[in-house]
Design a protein around this ligand. Structure first.
Ligand code: WAQ
Ligand code: MG
Length: 695
């Protein structure tokens, strides 16, 4: 639990009775920091440069963690001048370069400077006209409920950069909160302390200190909050006065001087040594058989591709329904190009949101049974954007140990605390949840179908836990959409209906046969992501061809069941064929022999000369996904088997560390709706032969 402690001090009795305002301050602190803060605030009121307070009111109230929002701190920049006039001109230039009209700044600054009473709060100013919009007279808007998330850390960071004292600390927090307010585009502040002549303007992500902004000894100050026309003043005031905001510790940008010094500092890494280092690292990857390179394939359909005039069976695509080469999607993409052109030309929030987006998002929401959906440019960007928007420093992500790299990267980018639980292990998850501290948002995240193992997350149990521990549950259905649950994904597979705690992520690039990613959730969460997900906000929108094709695919998933049925049939056929070939695949096949517990997945059972062939059958824990992990052990062996298969006209991938753990290198074999029974039997038989040779 956090506590807000506020101090208001005046001379000549309380403010309400005409007392003269001396000082006000607020901290948000842990319980054991309250007593010393109270002492410090009292001292401030009793020894103030504006006089000794004879009225001091201290207020303390508890704030429950779910009502606290966290946000980043503005970056500090500084400019110094010789006279207040120069400084004020500099303030006008800075603000008018950042979305506020010059006239507005001049007008408002004039209003502020020509007052001869001090305001206790800020004026709200129209950023186009300079007109004052609030009607709160001398009181103005009083920003409160704010502080640093970690006051000690913030003080130390600031001190390390040469910034000390309460003025900058309090102003930086206030400015960070104000600039994040709905409608606010900038701020100007002049201290009312007669001996404090440093003020600031803020805009974008910058807190720009300016001195001297007034003459020494001048007891008048004030704040101007510039807002866009038509800003909802009621909502703005509520946010500024009521919403608790904790600001993360600042990262200090170097001033012009220190930046110059840094660029001239000597380095022991020259371009020549750098080149040598890179070559060494690549050579090292090759010796460990984990070097990667690109091969060009010309796709034919979901089952075949050409390379160097040879046609291969493609057993490693995520084009699970073969839609990427279907006539219907080609036509839909071509039609979209004819109508809307080849590029979107801007981010979704600017000019890039052509009409097909809305249709696609409505259809995606319908597919996943949610209120709303939002399309991103890739699945990777969806995970990174959604995670880093929903949780921040001080929050908690609880993540399955085998989650996809894009989830891991999203977790890191969010700066939230990351707690990893054992793969699909509910007991392990509960242990993590029970040990979480009471503060911070909570996000449990899992792949729906795991990309390397093909197994399915136990979503109903995960959702129960999410509810029990007040967490969101995000499921990444990259390999589940178009595949399980009638093609609707993991939630539908388990019969889970629309649930406000559930966030469904997916991709348009795999079974959907196009390009892009998406998230389906409540209208509220989607609106939040539109405003907060940086990978969404700062990307140019996908092109008409991508969206046209995706829309056709999603519409067909909503109506036609045939492609998903064909895929499910291919999964069954491959499972039977691999069992008949005596090949063990976790989640797909298992040995019937009494010693089955001795058979490890790393030594696939195939009929070879020294051991009697074992009987293999469909696994009891069979999972209906198109991913068949054939675990072969070392990276070298995985590569050797993949190369031998390629000679036989079959492409599958050798998946090696770091994608999978050491010693679990595997062949990742996938089937699609386009693979015929004959294709599948040929693959299983060839695999048996090759594995026997390689044993
Ligand atoms: N909410 C809105 N306005 C406020 C608030 C508040 N909580 N507190 C003060 N103001 C207004 C009010 O009109 C005051 O007269 C004016 O701002 C100045 O307040 O990098 O000390 O607390 O070192 O005196 C800038 C630091 C210090 C620059 C500003 O403001 C730096 C300062 P003060
Ligand atoms: Mg002051």
């Amino acid at each position: 639990m956090k506590y807000s402690i506020r101090m208001r001090a005046a001379q000549g009795g309380p403010h309400e009775n005409g007392g003269h305002h001396i000082s006000g301050a607020e901290r948000i602190l842990a319980k054991d920091e309250l007593a010393s803060a109270a002492g410090e605030l009292l001292l401030r009121a009793l020894h103030h440069s504006k006089g000794e307070a004879d009225f001091i009111r201290l207020t303390v109230d508890a704030i429950s963690p779910e009502n606290i929002h966290y946000m980043p701190c503005l970056a500090i920049d500084s400019t110094y001048h010789t006279t207040p006039e120069e400084t004020q001109e500099s303030a006008i230039r800075l603000l008018s370069a950042h979305g506020i009209s010059e006239k507005a700044v001049r007008t408002a600054l004039h209003t502020l400077l020509s007052r001869n009473t001090t305001m206790r709060g800020a004026m709200i100013i129209d950023c186009e006209t300079g007109e004052r919009l609030d009607t709160l007279e001398d009181r103005g808007i009083r920003v409160s409920h704010l502080g640093f998330a970690n006051p000690l850390e913030a003080s130390l960071q600031l001190a390390a950069a040469g910034f000390t004292g309460d003025h900058i600390k309090e102003a930086l927090v206030l400015a960070s909160k104000v600039l994040a307010a709905p409608g606010v585009v900038g701020e100007l502040c002049i201290s009312d302390d007669p001996d404090y002549v440093t003020g600031y303007v803020s805009y974008g992500t910058t807190y720009h200190r300016l001195a001297p902004i007034k003459e020494l000894g001048n007891p008048f100050g004030g704040r101007l909050f510039f807002v866009k026309p038509n800003t909802d003043l009621f909502a703005l005031r509520h946010y500024l006065e009521e919403q608790t905001i904790l600001v993360k510790s600042p990262t200090i940008i170097p001033t012009n001087e220190t930046a110059k010094e840094a660029s001239q500092s000597p380095t022991n890494i020259t371009h020549a040594t750098l080149q040598h280092e890179l070559q060494q690292e690549l050579a090292d990857l090759k010796t460990r058989a984990v070097h990667r390179s690109l091969t060009t394939y010309t796709p034919i359909n979901g089952a075949r591709a050409q390379a160097n005039v040879r046609t291969y069976l493609m057993m490693t695509t995520n084009n699970y329904l073969g839609l990427a080469q279907s006539a219907a999607l080609r036509e839909a993409a071509a039609k979209a190009i004819k109508i809307y052109g080849t590029g979107s030309g801007g981010s979704r929030l600017l000019s890039g949101s052509f009409p097909l987006f809305q249709q696609l998002e409505e259809n995606l929401a319908q597919l996943k049974n949610t209120e709303a959906a939002l399309v991103f440019n890739t699945g990777y960007m969806t995970n990174v954007g959604v995670i880093s928007a929903l949780v921040h420093a001080g929050d908690h992500i609880i993540s399955d140990e085998l989650n996809h790299a894009s989830i891991i990267d999203g977790c890191r980018l969010s700066r939230a605390n990351i707690h990893v639980y054992q793969h699909n292990d509910i007991t392990s998850l509960i242990k993590v949840m029970a040990a979480l501290p009471p503060t911070g948002r909570r996000l449990i995240i899992t792949d729906g179908v795991f990309s390397m193992d093909g197994d399915i997350a136990p979503l109903p149990a995960l959702l129960d836990i999410a509810h029990q521990y007040q967490a969101w549950l995000a499921v990444d259905d990259a390999h589940a959409t178009g595949v399980i649950g009638d093609g609707r994904g993991t939630a539908h597979h388990f019969g889970i209906s629309n649930d406000p705690a559930l966030i469904q992520i997916g991709t348009l690039s795999k079974a959907i046969g196009s390009e892009g990613g998406f998230v389906c959730a409540s209208r509220l969460v989607i609106d939040y992501l539109i405003n907060k997900a940086r990978s969404f906000i700062f990307s140019t929108a996908l092109s008409p061809a991508d969206i046209g094709a995706a829309l056709a695919a999603v519409q067909s998933l909503l109506t036609a069941k045939a492609p998903v049925k064909r895929l499910q049939q291919a999964i069954q056929t491959m499972t039977t064929a691999l069992a008949e070939a005596g090949i063990l695949v976790p989640g797909k096949t298992e040995a019937i022999t009494p010693q089955s517990h001795l058979v490890t997945a790393a030594s696939p059972v195939v009929g070879n000369a020294t051991e009697p062939p074992q009987v293999v059958k469909k696994a009891q824990n069979f999972t209906p996904t198109p991913i068949f992990p054939i675990i072969v052990g070392s990276a070298e062996r995985a590569l050797a088997v993949a190369n031998a298969m390629k000679e036989q006209g079959i492409i599958l991938s050798a998946v090696r560390p770091p994608t999978v753990p050491q010693g679990e290198s595997r062949l990742r074999l996938t089937v699609t709706a386009d693979h015929s029974e004959a294709d599948i039997r040929y693959v299983a038989q060839t695999l048996k032969t090759v594995l026997t040779q390689q044993l």
